[in-house]
Design a protein around this ligand. Structure first.
Ligand code: AMP
Length: 399
């Protein structure tokens, strides 16, 4: 490491940038964050430059301030990333970003590395929607090819009579980037691989994570996902092949469906990812620290598990009473410093324990103290068995 403290520039100033900054600080790394909003929550922990992605004067000043540029947000225009890469190293490279921005390109790359995907077909017109259904069958999901996140820009089709409604909902968004129709996968589980690749090709993956979504938004993540060794190895091998195919530098997330013992690629995130938040307390090195190490060309840290973990997303607003949850053993609380707004990710909690039985008991204790909090509803909807006897169960002190 050089004596001068390196400066990492981050495009996007949300909670991911905030957690990158917090993870980089102990390593002596400084940051500058760019976002279009003066309220971007990473601005509470690092200098924030408010700029439009196409404002090249501001971008030039930003490029002059930093040693390397990375992202907390994959929908930064590819042209912005390209423009910056002519002035300062940009990781992951803009080409990888471009692949991840388009669901059709992304799935085509998945197939190219031998990762199966749900049947899919690009759709630009109403007639192409009819043709696409022949490829995917029903049920299926119509999605925007670009700019969709947290289940936004998606429409589920169950019967041929849904085609008109699907087109009415998303047809107006078919311009300019198009739509994609995907076969609906009745998956057994959703899994993600979080992995880091360094500038010289060093590769490390965290233990497989299991995810539960509610209404398209991640509600819960559990690590390690109980998976047989062959399945976990296959998932990690696909992530490695993907990272190598894209000459990727940094942390990426590969989201998978497990169906009938097979793994199908859903999508990739060319950045640190919500399903890896548990690594802050549950792994030797977090996804945030390893991303910073990777983009600076430093050795990657150990990705081994140090605690079984269950991560709860707080959507809309933070649950109360936070202090009661904080008092519980194994509960780690994260408040992103964002104003409450329906559907917005404003924080998370990770519950950690040495074994799954203790983890379930601790999660039940947290559910009990937050019993009145509506923010637990998505987690309860997807995994009721963890706190089934809750809130009537015996208090923690009685165990
Ligand atoms: P996405 O933004 O594509 O990751 O979609 C959000 C969530 O919707 C996923 O994590 C799944 O829970 C669900 N989903 C998306 N695509 C499919 C699919 N083809 N089959 C089944 N569920 C899906």
């Amino acid at each position: 490491m050089s004596r001068r403290q390196p400066v990492v520039g981050i495009l996007g100033g949300g909670q991911l940038a905030r957690m990158l900054v917090l993870a980089g600080a102990p390593l002596g790394v400084n940051f500058v964050v760019v976002d279009g909003s003066p309220d971007a929550c990473a601005g509470q922990v690092a200098p924030l430059r408010v700029a439009d992605w196409r404002d090249t004067d501001s971008l030039a000043r930003f490029a002059a301030e930093v040693d390397v540029v990375t992202f907390d947000f994959e929908n930064v225009p590819a042209e912005t990333a390209e423009w910056l890469s002519g002035r300062v190293p940009v990781y992951p490279n803009p080409a990888a970003l471009t692949v991840a921005q388009d669901r059709v390109t992304e799935k085509t790359v998945f197939r190219g590395i031998g990762l199966e995907t749900p049947a899919f077909a690009a759709v630009a017109t109403r007639a192409e929607l009819d043709a696409a259904v022949v490829v995917t069958g029903l049920p299926a999901i119509l999605k925007t090819r670009r700019l969709g996140y947290d289940g936004k820009g998606q429409f589920r089709l169950r019967a041929p009579t849904d085609l008109d409604a699907a087109w009415a909902a998303l047809g107006p968004q078919a311009e300019p980037h198009g739509l994609v129709l995907e076969a609906f996968v009745p998956f057994t589980r959703e899994l993600s691989v979080l992995a880091a690749r360094g500038r010289a090709g060093e590769f490390r993956a965290w233990p497989l994570t299991r995810n539960w979504h509610h209404e398209g938004i991640l509600a819960l993540s559990q690590a390690p996902a109980a998976a047989d060794a062959a399945l976990a190895a296959a998932a990690i091998a696909r992530a490695r092949a993907l990272a190598e195919r894209l000459d990727y530098v940094g942390v990426l997330a590969l989201e998978l469906f497990e169906h009938g013992g097979r793994l199908l690629g859903n999508e990739m995130a060319p950045r640190v990812h919500n399903s890896g938040h548990w690594t802050l307390e549950g792994a030797v090195t977090s996804q945030f620290e390893n991303h910073i190490r990777a983009v600076l060309g430093w050795p990657l840290g150990d990705t081994a598990l140090c605690a079984n973990s269950l991560m709860f997303n707080w959507i809309g607003s933070l649950p109360e009473p936070a202090a009661a949850a904080l008092a519980l053993p194994g509960v780690h609380w994260h408040d992103y410093g964002k104003a409450p707004r329906p559907g917005r990710k404003v924080g998370h909690a990770t519950v950690c324990a040495r074994d799954d039985a203790t983890l379930a008991a601790r999660a039940g204790d947290m559910a009990r103290v937050l019993a009145r909090a509506e923010q637990l509803a998505p987690a309860r909807a997807v995994l009721p068995e963890v706190w089934a006897p809750c809130p009537e169960r015996a208090p923690a002190a009685a165990r």
